[in-house]
Structure formats: C-alpha cells, structure tokens
Write a protein that binds this ligand. Structure first.
Ligand code: COA
Length: 694
C-alpha cells in the first residue's frame, strides 16, 4: 500500500491485455512495493494463458522518477529493479510501456526493457543519474545505445540530458506517439505484437554501435568541459566503452556493479544531499488563505537586474510591465531584451514564435501608475536607500491592496524599506543573482512583519520561474552577499600579504569554482565594486577599509573588462593576461600599509578563502538569518558556483571534520586576527561532539 492507502501497483484487463498501473505518489518512484507489484503482475502474465500481453502505465503526471532515492542509504531490499528488468526482457509475451509524463532514471530503464514504448506528446525521457553522481544500473547503459545510438546515449547518460517525445521517436527509443491516452495505444501495440510474434523487438538483440577510442577520448573531453570534476560523467564513457565490447549479460552485470559502487561515493552523497537540501529550502509553511500565484508582474528599473528579472518573468508566462526613468533608458532596455531573445533564437534555444509570444507580454512605461493592475511589483533600481524608499512609497500608492511589493536590494536595510510602504505584511526582499534570467537562486528576504502568506507566494513565484528559493532573515547582505563579503575580504588581505590576483583566482578555479573573485570583479566593473565598498565603509573593519585596491585601480583608469583593464589586462578579443601595472599598484599599496610581503602557499589561500565562508555561514545559522545549514549550501552552489559535487561549503567542511575545521580557524584567528577568524560557537560546539555541521 502507498501513502494514500491504495496499492502501489494495480491491474485490470483490457481484452487479453493486462494493464498494470503504477500509483506511488508523488512521483511514482520505484520503491520496493512497486517492484514487488510489477513482479506479481509479470507472474500473472506468464501464468495466465488467457493473457496475451501487458501494458505498464502510471497514474499522475510523472510516469516514474526512477529509483527511490530514500532507499539509497540503507541496504537495498529485493526484488531489485534489475530483477524486474530481467523478467521483462525474458517475457515471451509482449510488454509495452505507456509513458504519459516524465520517465526518468529507473523509470526509463523499465520502459527500455519492455518490448515496445508508447509516449504521450508531452512525455519526457531522461537518465539524470549523473546529476546525482550516479549512473543507470538497471540496463540504461546496455540498452539505450542499442536503441538510440551512441551520440544520444552519451548526452543522456553522460550529461543527464532530458529529451522530448518527438526526439525520442526520431531516435528510435519510442515506437509511437499517442494523440490521446497513451495507454489505449499501448494496448493496441501489445495486441498487434501478440498477434504477430515477429513484431516483438528486444533492445538486447540489437547490435551495440561501435565506439572507437578516438570517439571515447572526444566524449571524455566534452564531458570534462560540461560537467567539470564529475567522476560519474567520466565513468559513463568507461561503461559505454565496456558495454560496446562485452556480451550483453556480462555488461549488464558490470553496469549494475559500477552503479552500486557510485552510490557510496563522496560525490554522490554530496549531490544527493543537495537534491534534498534544495527541496527543503523551497518548502515554506503555507496556509489556507494563500494569495494566488501572481500572473501580472511589474519591474521597476531598466538596469541589468531589472531586464534580467523581466525576462525571467516573461519566460515563466507572466505579463510584465517594465518601468524606467526616461524614454532613453526604456529604449535601451527594449533593444537589449529584444537582442537577448534574438540571440536565443539564433542559438536554437527557442523558436522565433516563442520569442515573439514572450515579447508580446512585455509593456514599457515611464509612469509608476502603469503598475496599477500588477499582482506583484519588484523594484530593482540602484542601491540608494532614499531613492528606493520614495519609489516603494509611489508603488504602494498605485497598486491594489493585495499586491506584493518586493525589493531586489542586495544589502540595504530591509526594515527601512518595508516601512516605506503601508503594507509591511505584503513586503519582502526578492533577491536575484545576475544574470537573473539564468542564475537559479533567489533569496526571499523576510522583514519583521512580512506575512507567511507573502513568503509562500514568493516561494511559489520562484518555483514558477524555475528558481531555487531560500528564505532568509534580515542582515546586511543577507546570506549570499554577507558570506561573499567575507571571501572578498580575505582575497584582499591575501593580496596585501603577497598573493597575486592570478594565484587566488587559480586556487579557486582549481577547487571547482567557474571563476575566481578577481576575474569576477573585472566582469562586474571595479567602479561598481568601489561604489559598493563606499556604501558599506561604516560597517567595515579598519583593515578592510584600508584595503582600497579597487579604488586605486579605478583611479588609474582600470574599470575592469569594460575599459579593457582591471585586475588583469584584456586584449581586443577579451583574452586575459597579467598586468605589470597592477603589480606596481599592489606593491605601492603594500608599502604604504607597511605589509610584510611573503610567498603564500596555495593551501593557505584556499583555506582562508573557504574557511572564512564556512565560519560566516555558521554565524548566519546561529543568528537565525539562515534557517538551516543546508540552506547555505543551496545558496552557494546555486548562486556562486561552489562545486555541487562537494555539496556546498557546510557539507564540504563537514567532510573535513569539525575538529580539524576548528583547529584551522584558531590557527588563522591567531595569524590574521580574531576579528576575522574567531570560530563561530556552532562550529566549536559541533567540534566538541565531533559532529558534522550538516
Ligand atoms: N525518489 C524518491 N523521491 C523522489 C524522487 C525519487 N527518485 N524524485 C522526486 N522525489 C520526491 C522529492 O524529494 C519531493 O519530495 P518532498 O515533497 O517530500 O520534498 C517530491 O518527490 C516531489 O519532487 P519535486 O522535485 O519537488 O517535484 P517536481 O514536480 O518539481 O519534479 C521530478 C519531479 C521527478 C522531475 C524531480 O523530482 C526529479 O527530477 N527527481 C529526480 C529524478 C532522478 O534523478 N531519478 C534518478 C534517481 S537515481
């Protein structure tokens, strides 16, 4: 029985075909009772001479999300999915899968072992195991290339790419696309197959396509670029190569063995932890009086963030009103957004008709009253407290009583902003990351009087935008930027003490970040960074205030990439190289500040940058700004590219061990200063129990 008290697998007869329905909400994971139910159905099929074939269908919107992730941490209970798959393969009567929604992982492997597959138009097929540090272990590797070829198999298994029904049909993975209920067509196909035995086609009987070594090398390189550092992606190539030269049953056994080994790997543990962490972060208490998810949104401000947020809202199907201060700023925004959609069309990401439809839902105005019909308005103007308060008050006067007003500020005081409106219960921060239409993270910032319904509505909106949301409390920089500021601080201190921008960037990219802090600073613009520093000076320590390196670079005309020079120099193709002028500026700065310059080992660079983050993360939990340690890991993996296969800063530090972490923090507190590295009480407490942080 499943949670709803109905059997996880039910059967009925349609003519001489046994229709088996998996019903294991919410996503039809292949838990033990589902596997058992399928085995019983296969017994019935084999034992009942009046049955000529079988259809495997599923209830709900997902065909099956595959193996039950919750079962991974305990020894797997029989019957195993491999047993079900082997029985399907051996069936002398045809079995057809009826795929009405997503067939993922083991769900797709089940379907691949059937003798036929019918999909609905909206069905999607995928083997996303690699995203959890795993690989298919029940025939995905030995069957998919035989049906769909190696190129498709490499992208689906190695990258976890999901495909739609049309591509699956074209690739030979599904036999038919149903116009209506796929189960009806599946019954027809099973009946046809039973009538003409020759129509039965088993994936195992097809030849495995050749996979020469040169293609294997090319695949390894492609996957190393697309999923850097991911062991399972590289292992996918090894297993496909093995399957290409090994008899079917032996290859299936080796595939299963490799998958079981990956379940215990540190990368898979980290990625599975993040899967659960993201879902836990997005869950917020919702009541009966939840406002409907907004359908018409306003965005105030035509800067980079305003444009990105407007596009994210358009992409999710909302009507959007974008306001700017002047006709010129509006024109620039219109042009930039149109260009961004045109580029997506050129790259084949979306059809022209889709782009046109999205643009048709966007209107521009230079008047705040244009927001009068909006369910939510997000302000995104520059970080000037007075200007933001004025704007919020104006929006408050215009929109309906129930509308939500949100601010995209990254560090201003959320309580002051909330007080600028007459609806503090309907006011919150909604902090996006640049580029807002691409980056997956959103921080929902609760002010003191923000109603739970408002938080729930913003979480629902974030989910609609395809974002991962984390709800945080008020604090300068919230979770993401407050932690980032500690890493930035340490990066500047390390520069002062003798490290170079290139060394620091390299240490972090070798660790797995996509870019280092100084490359990032050059992209953001050093003038912007200097302005942010100016706004935050009063909350900085004396040493941080004195670390005015960005200001010196700006004074020397080095604004970052946009001026062709910043921490680095850039040639006309944008290629980066070290700049001797920067070394001179740094030397002058160090002399003036009386710094003792030394060679700094990479290990010290890595530890100071990352332990500063971890320590601040623990403080945020201690202060209640973050609700849980795992929220911090979601913020860092989704917002700043912390390598997901290391689980995020708190998981990574837990793997090192809290006693070791505490000892290193004490060491740096003595060396750099207690103001910067005094261990958070939560870390000291966890270390005393030899406990993990997460
Ligand atoms: N096993 C067990 N539980 C699963 C699961 C799985 N394979 N896939 C999803 N769930 C759970 C989620 O944890 C969540 O549980 P919760 O409500 O208790 O938090 C619930 O199902 C809904 O999942 P969610 O991701 O929030 O819903 P969605 O509609 O956005 O997405 C899927 C549905 C199936 C697309 C998505 O959950 C998914 O991609 N799952 C993983 C598939 C996978 O990797 N399979 C291979 C496993 S080796």
């Amino acid at each position: 029985m499943n949670r709803r008290g109905t059997p996880a697998v039910s059967t009925r007869r349609t003519g001489s075909v046994l229709v088996v329905t998996i019903d294991n909400p919410p996503v039809n994971a292949l838990s033990r009772d589902v596997r058992e139910g399928l085995m019983h159905a296969l017994d019935d099929l084999a034992g009942d001479a009046t049955l000529s074939g079988m259809v495997i269908a599923a209830a709900g919107r997902v065909f099956s999300a595959g193996a039950d992730i919750r079962e991974f941490d305990a020894p797997m209970q029989p019957p195993f999915l491999g047993d079900v798959v082997a029985r399907l393969d051996a069936s002398t009567k045809p079995v057809v899968a009826s795929i009405q929604g997503k067939a993922l992982g083991g769900g797709l492997e089940l379907a691949l072992a059937c003798q036929g597959r019918v999909a609905s138009k909206h069905a999607r097929l995928g083997l996303p195991e690699v995203k959890l540090g795993l690989l298919p272990g029940s025939g995905g590797i030995v069957r998919l290339p035989r049906l769909g070829g190696l190129e498709l198999a490499l992208s689906m298994i190695g990258e976890g790419r999901e495909i739609g029904a049309a591509e699956a049909e074209k690739g030979g993975i599904v036999d038919r696309i149903a116009a209506g209920d796929p189960a009806e067509d599946a019954v027809k196909l099973a009946t046809e197959m039973a009538a003409s035995k020759t129509a039965i086609r088993r994936a195992r009987d097809l030849p495995f396509p050749p996979f020469p070594e040169a293609d294997q090398d090319a695949a390894r390189k492609t996957l190393a670029k697309k999923l850097p550092g991911r062991d399972a992606a590289q292992k996918a190539v090894d297993l496909l190569a093995m399957a290409s030269r090994t008899p079917f049953d032996d290859a299936a056994r080796l595939e299963h063995q490799a998958c079981r080994e990956l379940v215990g790997s540190p990368q898979s543990r980290a990625l599975r932890y993040l899967f659960a962490a993201e879902r836990a972060a997005a869950k917020v208490a919702d009541g009966d009086d939840m406002p409907p998810t907004p359908s018409k949104a306003g965005v105030a401000g035509t800067g980079v963030m305003g444009r990105g947020i407007a596009m994210a809202l358009l992409d999710a199907g909302l009507d959007v009103v974008l306001t700017g201060r002047s006709a010129a700023s509006i024109e620039t925004a219109r042009h930039t957004i149109e260009k961004a959609y045109a580029s997506s069309v050129e790259r084949g990401r979306i059809d022209r008709t889709v782009a046109d439809e999205r643009l048709s839902r966007l209107t521009f105005s230079d008047q705040i009253d244009a927001f009068s019909q909006c369910d939510i308005v997000i302000e995104t103007i520059s970080e000037d407290l007075g200007a933001k308060c004025e704007l919020i008050a104006a929006i408050d006067r215009t929109v309906g009583e129930e509308a939500i007003i949100a601010t995209n500020t990254s560090f201003l005081d959320i309580e002051t902003l909330a007080r600028a409106s007459t609806r503090p219960q309907n006011f919150a921060g909604l902090h996006f990351f640049n580029p807002a239409n691409i980056m997956k993270l959103v921080e929902i910032v609760r002010a003191g009087r923000t109603a739970p319904q408002t938080v729930a509505a913003l979480a629902a909106l974030s989910a609609k935008l395809g974002k991962v949301s984390v709800t945080v409390g008020p604090s300068e920089g919230f979770v993401a930027n407050r932690m980032l500021s500690k890493r930035t601080r340490e990066a500047l201190f390390l520069l002062q003490e003798g490290a170079t921008p290139a060394q620091i960037d390299r240490v972090l990219t070798e660790f797995g970040f996509p870019v280092g802090p100084f490359t990032l600073a050059d992209m953001a613009g050093l003038d912007v960074i200097a302005a942010t520093r100016a706004a935050r000076l009063s909350s900085m320590s004396e040493r941080e205030r004195g670390a005015d390196i960005a200001e010196r670079l700006v004074a020397a005309g080095r604004l970052g990439r946009k001026s062709g020079a910043g921490y680095y120099a850039y040639d006309e193709n944008g290629k980066r190289r070290d700049a001797p002028e920067v070394a001179d500026i740094l030397d002058a700065h160090r002399r003036e500040r009386g710094m003792n310059v030394r060679d700094i080992a990479d290990e010290e660079v890595r530890e100071r940058l990352l332990f500063a983050l971890v320590n601040e993360g623990a403080r945020l939990v201690d202060e209640g700004v973050a609700a849980r340690m795992s929220d911090i890991d979601v913020v860092w993996t989704r917002g700043f590219g912390f390598p997901a296969h290391l689980g995020g800063p708190m998981f990574w530090a837990s793997e090192i061990g809290t006693p070791e972490l505490l000892q290193r923090l004490d060491h740096y507190a003595a060396m750099v200063g207690a103001d910067f590295f005094a261990p958070s009480p939560l870390i000291a407490e966890a270390a005393s129990r030899q406990a993990r942080l997460v």
